[in-house]
Design a protein around this ligand. Structure first.
Ligand code: NDP
Length: 392
């Protein structure tokens, strides 16, 4: 029986993880559930899954969660705050951590799980973008294993040999990261000036949280994934190519020295990656419909429009700059996307805010967690200042 901590349980990935867990009560148990503020939803999940521990990150809501669980007769213990998330990720109640908190807020619990040698199922791509080297160190020192849940990285993981510490030694030439192109694929820059949050969040193929939906619309999601692939698979930036594939059936590909290209295909449903990562190295039913190739009929591939969707190149530039540059990129993006979702920043200004923040906050060598947190806070302040001055 695997005891699973689902951190970000009330989100889109959390829901997919819990769906797979519920299908296999003989294999998996949700032993810890964590959320930020959605206390009603967390209490309802506790009533259904009866975890040992529920954590609400916003400490002001701990009492409310406690009262709701007591009223429903649910014996789950309650804790609050980011320290509790970190302690639970490293603690004895779980052997597996689904890192599904959105944004930099997920970094410390992800690192804690890795340091403690847990089986880390990584959805929280911002953590690896911010602190890739630290996360790898934590995994090495903890002796745990990371299986990516991001569908592209999960696909690459599946297309690589089981122990893939060195891409060159495995004969890998290139990683082909597929991208749906988002809801605005094919649009010209001038058509994007008046995009609303609702339009940006209406992804053609995937149902996801609001932040990653906007990231998909700007192509920053693919940029973050390029950085994620660099760290998770040891690929140089020039070895990672982005291929737009509007049907989202091929989740990514690996090209080998002999010309073979291995791809992982499936319906666009995150439960496939979650079932793979939860059961790895075995395979279990994910509840996902079989792929109907006759219905799909064709698979298309095209180059990304890098001039219109500038965030992709900003991410490549931050990866090449190294050090704290990806941390700054991620922080500026989180601030700009939040402002866009609140209706105070135009869609096209997201890339501008990120670019200006990268110029204003020079990259430092990536050393300690404190240095990264400092870079993150500095970049957030700078991005706010840039937005106040130029856009809001
Ligand atoms: P959602 O917005 O749907 O869910 C986010 C989850 O994180 C919620 O449970 C939320 O709690 C919790 N959360 C937010 N802030 C905090 C905080 N400060 N402390 C603790 N918990 C917090 O996001 P998604 O599920 O879409 O995405 C989660 C992560 O997975 C992201 O990093 C995303 O990039 C990645 N990912 C998502 C995919 C998808 O299909 N959705 C695909 C691949 C990767 P609450 O509900 O209480 O606010």
């Amino acid at each position: 029986m695997k005891n699973v901590a689902v951190l970000g349980a009330t989100g889109s990935i959390g829901a997919s993880a819990l769906d797979v867990i519920a299908r296999h009560p003989d294999r998996f148990r949700a032993s810890v559930l964590g959320a930020h503020r959605r206390v009603e939803e967390l209490a309802a999940l506790c009533a259904r899954f009866r975890p040992d521990l529920a954590i609400i990150a916003d400490a002001a809501l701990e009492r409310s969660l406690r009262e709701k669980l007591a009223a429903a007769g649910v014996p789950t213990r309650v804790a609050s705050g980011s320290d509790a998330l970190r302690e639970a990720a490293a603690g004895p109640l779980c052997d597996t951590v689904v890192a599904a908190i959105v944004g930099a807020a997920g970094l410390e619990s992800t690192l804690a799980g890795a340091r403690a040698g847990k089986h880390v199922l990584l959805a929280n791509k911002e953590a690896v973008v911010m602190a890739g080297a630290l996360l790898l160190d934590a995994l090495r020192s903890g002796g745990g294993r990371l299986v990516p849940i991001d569908s592209e990285h999960n696909a690459i993981f599946q297309c690589l040999p089981p122990e893939h510490r060195d891409l060159a030694a495995c004969g890998v030439r290139r990683i082909l990261l597929t991208a749906s192109g988002g809801p605005f694929r094919g649009k010209r820059r001038e058509e994007l000036a008046t995009i609303t949050p609702q339009q940006a969040c209406a992804h053609p193929n995937w149902v996801m949280g609001r932040k990653i939906s906007v990231d998909s619309a700007t192509l920053m999601n693919k940029g973050l994934e390029v950085i994620e692939a660099h760290w998770l698979f040891g690929a140089a930036p020039a070895q990672i190519d982005v291929v737009v594939h509007p049907q989202s059936i091929v989740h990514s590909m690996v090209e080998y020295a002999d010309g073979s290209v291995l791809a992982q295909l499936g319906n666009p449903d995150m439960r496939t990656a979650l079932a793979h990562a939860l059961a790895w190295p075995e395979r279990v039913d994910a509840g996902v419909a079989p792929l109907d190739m006759f219905k799909i009929g064709r698979l298309d591939f095209e180059a990304p429009d890098r001039a219109t969707f500038r965030c992709l190149d900003l991410a490549y530039a931050a990866l090449s700059a190294g050090g704290t540059a990806p941390t700054v990129l991620n922080a500026a993006n989180e601030i700009a996307v939040a402002a866009f979702l609140e209706g105070t920043l135009p869609f096209l200004a997201i890339a501008e805010v990120i670019e200006e923040t990268l110029t204003a906050v020079p990259a430092e060598p990536q050393t300690t967690l404190d240095a990264l947190i400092y870079a993150d806070l500095t970049a957030r302040r700078e991005a706010q200042r840039i937005m106040r001055r130029a856009f809001c």
